[in-house]
Write a protein that binds this ligand. Structure first.
Ligand code: FES
Length: 106
């Protein structure tokens, strides 16, 4: 399945992801600038902050327990569409999902 990442400068990167991978893992494995994923997905760093595209917020779903607390530490502006990309697991309905990247993670 595919994930499209759109950087703050508008540049797009399309990567392949396997079912069950997190969006953070797919980004890190494909060297997508803009996702660091420092804690490896254990919800301790917020360097995987992303914005879900408006057309995908419903399919992706809202923040999980504890996510908003961690997003308070995110380097870039937190919006209604903000998620920790390590907490978004790829599944069939998310094939083609579009994820926007914040300007900075640190
Ligand atoms: S990778 Fe650290 S919170 Fe997501």
């Amino acid at each position: 399945m595919k994930i499209t990442f759109i950087a703050a400068d508008g540049s797009e990167t399309r990567v392949d992801a396997a079912e069950g991978d997190s969006v953070m893992q797919a980004a890190v494995q494909n060297d997508v600038d803009g996702i660091i994923g420092e804690c490896g997905g254990s919800m301790m760093c917020a360097t995987c902050h992303c914005y879900v595209d408006d057309g995908w917020t419903e399919a992706v779903g809202g923040q999980q327990d504890g996510e908003s607390d961690l997003l308070d530490c995110a380097a870039s502006e937190v919006r209604a569409s903000s998620r920790l990309s390590c907490q978004i697991r790829m599944r069939a309905e998310l094939d083609g999902v579009v994820i926007h990247l914040p300007e900075s993670q640190l």
